[in-house]
Design a protein around this ligand. Structure first.
Ligand code: URA
Length: 254
C-alpha cells in the first residue's frame, strides 16, 4: 500500500495533507525518514511513524449521519455548531462527503476514503441524490418538465443536468400546516405550498433551492433522504451516526 494512503487511512489527515507531512520529513518507515508519498509499504510488517509516534492503521471508515438543521457542514466554525460536533470519536482524517446547507437535514456521509468521496460526488459517476422538500409556490406540468430537462441557475450560467421530480402534496398552507416541519409562517394560510422529491446527480451549491427558485418556488424545508439506493435510516435520530455496512456501501453505486 502507498505510504500516503496508509497515513490517510490512519486518521493522520486527508491524502493531500499527509503528502505535505511526508515531503516535510515528518514520516519514518522502519526508522528511516521517507519523503516520497508514493513509496510502497507493507501495512502488516513495516513500522510507520509520524512525528516519532507509531501509527496504527485504522483502515477505511464510512459513516451515515442524520444531519439536523442548524449546524454547518464544515470542520470548524467560530460561531456555529458543525457536523463534527456530533461525533464522540476521533475524526481526524475523516471528512464529510459533499455538503448540506445549514438549514438542510438528512443523509450525510463521512469517510476517510478519498476515492469513495470522488465516486459519490462527481456528476460523471451519476450517483443520484434525492431530496424531500416543502416549498412556497406551485409547479405546473411545464415547470416539472423544465426541472426534468434542466433549468438555468447561477445567474443563467449553469444549466442543470436532467433531474426527476415527484410531487407529494400541493395546496394551500393552512391545509398542511401540521405536517410542514417548520415554525408557523405568519399570514400564509392561503399561500400555495407544494412538497415532493427532487432527484439530482450533481452537487452545485444550493442546487435544489436554486432549481426550484428557477421555476418560481421558494424552499422552506429540505431533507436529503437518499444517495444512490442508500436510504437514510429513519431509526437514526437527528444528530446521530453509525457505520455503514458493506451492503449499504454497495447500494450507493447500485
Ligand atoms: N441543495 C440545496 O439547495 N441545499 C442542500 O443542502 C443540498 C442540496
Amino acid at each position: 500500500m502507498r505510504l500516503d494512503k496508509f497515513l490517510a487511512e490512519s486518521a493522520i489527515g486527508r491524502r493531500k495533507i499527509v503528502r505535505t507531512y511526508i515531503k516535510k520529513g515528518l514520516v519514518k518507515v522502519n526508522g528511516n525518514v521517507i519523503t516520497e508519498p508514493a513509496v510502497d509499504i507493507n501495512e502488516h510488517s513495516d513500522i510507520i511513524e509520524y512525528l516519532n509516534e507509531k501509527v496504527i492503521h485504522k483502515g477505511k471508515v464510512y459513516y451515515m449521519f442524520n444531519k439536523p438543521a442548524g449546524c454547518i457542514t464544515a470542520t470548524k466554525d467560530n460561531v456555529h455548531k458543525t457536523v463534527f460536533d456530533y461525533f464522540d470519536k476521533n475524526m481526524s482524517g475523516v471528512f464529510h462527503v459533499g455538503r448540506l446547507d445549514k438549514d438542510t437535514e438528512g443523509l450525510l456521509l463521512f469517510t476517510n476514503d478519498g476515492e469513495f468521496e470522488h465516486k459519490v460526488m462527481y456528476p460523471e459517476k451519476h450517483v443520484d441524490k434525492t431530496y424531500f422538500f416543502w416549498a412556497l409556490g406551485c409547479l405546473s406540468e411545464e415547470n416539472k418538465r423544465q426541472l426534468e430537462e434542466g433549468v438555468y441557475i447561477g445567474q443563467g450560467k449553469i444549466l442543470t443536468k436532467p433531474a426527476k421530480i415527484d410531487i407529494y402534496k400541493s395546496g394551500v398552507y393552512k391545509e398542511f400546516k401540521d405536517e410542514i416541519p417548520i415554525d408557523d409562517l405568519e399570514n400564509k394560510d392561503c399561500q400555495p405550498v407544494i412538497s415532493g422529491y427532487l432527484t439530482i446527480s450533481e452537487g452545485q451549491k444550493h442546487q435544489v433551492k436554486r432549481m426550484l427558485k428557477a421555476v418560481g418556488c421558494y424552499v422552506i424545508y429540505l431533507k436529503r433522504i437518499s444517495i444512490g439506493d442508500l436510504m437514510l435510516d429513519e431509526s437514526l435520530e437527528k444528530g446521530n451516526y453509525r457505520n455503514l455496512t458493506e451492503a449499504e456501501i454497495k447500494k450507493i453505486f447500485k
